[in-house]
Design a binder for this molecule. Structure first.
Ligand code: PSU
Ligand code: MN
Length: 333
């Protein structure tokens, strides 16, 4: 009897091993590429920061998107970490992009916005794309990068209780152990429901710095408290270490408030959001087109004021996120 069970077990283990090898062969062959300098940093346990590319392809216009992407990489380097911008080129996920590749993604008009559900199609068709927070988390996790910096994540859209328009970023945070450093979520979204959804998904959310207030991207005040607060980079790193140490398969959200002097005027932003939302409704814009439409419209309606503070807060997140990656790599030594 025991012999029979162990024989069956052995067969199952070997089938699983075979399956894993098959998956690996597919993965590392055609679909996934880590830049050698990043691979080297990872092997040596040096801090690496993942960066997304939908913000480049669909979040900002050319050429500001390109200068933003270059500047953020520089900030990460200046703060002691290795930047790994993640994007998809001709059906291959690239962890780390050359300047030429960055230029291509920034200036190309017909690349795809890639979340989890888009990956199989984009890879199998050999297409290029910008990875969203969800797409980038998947790639960062596969590469072994635990810290990822962005501007803002997606969330539950206003009216999402009826449309079910809930960003795949939230479910990804529930299933992939990567820490996302962002300035919270924009008030184009329903922030209260977004926080509820993150709780359901088991995502540990912590505000960064002096206040427990969950930030609303352009402003540090969303009117909602984050469940937790971390004082500084070291505390944030400890929080991430405990998630990884316990083997939780869920992620962490570190919400960094936009520096006061760089916040955009609240009323200007709220008016623009209202107008953008009503235009989206009257034009029937839904699904994956909605967020890029709103971002672009708000920038237009604020005469670029929202873009200025957008740039400032991403740079701030890059500084904080790099500090967290450095602190985490010290903890792991
Ligand atoms: N929010 C922003 N800027 C952005 C995005 C969101 O303030 O650039 C991008 C991110 O890539 C995010 C994605 O992952 O939009 C979410 O899109 P959706 O709402 O369709 O899930
Ligand atoms: Mn959506």
């Amino acid at each position: 009897m025991i012999a029979k069970i162990s024989c069956r077990l052995a067969r199952r283990v070997s089938t699983e091993a075979h399956r894993t090898t098959q998956v690996r062969r597919f993965l590392h062959g055609a679909y996934f590429r880590i830049q050698p300098s990043i691979q080297e940093a990872l092997v040596e346990g040096r801090p690496v920061v993942a960066l997304e590319s939908t913000i480049i392809t669909h979040g900002m216009a050319y050429p500001q998107n390109l200068s933003m992407a270059r500047e953020v990489e520089k900030i990460v380097m200046r703060n002691g970490a290795v930047p790994a911008t993640i994007g998809i080129l001709k059906g291959q996920i690239h962890v780390g992009l050359t300047d030429e590749e960055l230029q291509f993604l920034a200036s190309s008009k017909n690349v795809v916005k890639v979340s989890r559900r888009d990956l199989p199609y984009v890879l199998s068709q050999g297409l290029s794309g910008g990875t969203t927070v969800s797409g980038t988390m998947i790639a960062a996790h596969k590469a072994g990068i635990p810290v990822f910096v962005t501007g803002g994540i997606g969330g539950v859209h206003r009216g999402g209780e009826n449309t079910l328009d809930v960003s795949a970023d939230l479910t990804e945070l529930g299933r992939t152990p990567v820490a996302v450093v962002s300035a919270g979520v924009k008030s184009i979204l329903d922030i209260g429901r977004t926080l509820e959804y993150l709780e359901t998904q088991g995502v540990c959310v912590a505000a960064f710095g002096e206040s427990r207030m969950f930030p609303a991207f352009f402003s540090s005040q969303s009117g909602f408290q984050a469940p937790y607060r971390v004082q500084d980079e070291e505390e944030a790193a400890k929080l991430i270490a405990s998630t990884l140490g316990l083997g939780l398969s869920s992620g962490v959200l570190i919400a960094v408030p936009c520096p006061q002097e760089q916040a955009a005027p609240g009323q200007l932003i709220e008016d623009a959001i209202q107008q953008a939302l009503s235009e989206a409704r009257s034009k029937g814009i839904t699904g994956k087109e909605l967020t890029p439409f709103l971002l672009q419209k708000i920038n237009e309606l604020t005469n670029g004021k929202s873009l200025d503070s957008n740039l400032a807060l991403i740079q701030n997140n890059a500084r904080v996120g790099s500090g967290i990656a450095v602190a985490l790599s010290k903890l792991q030594k």
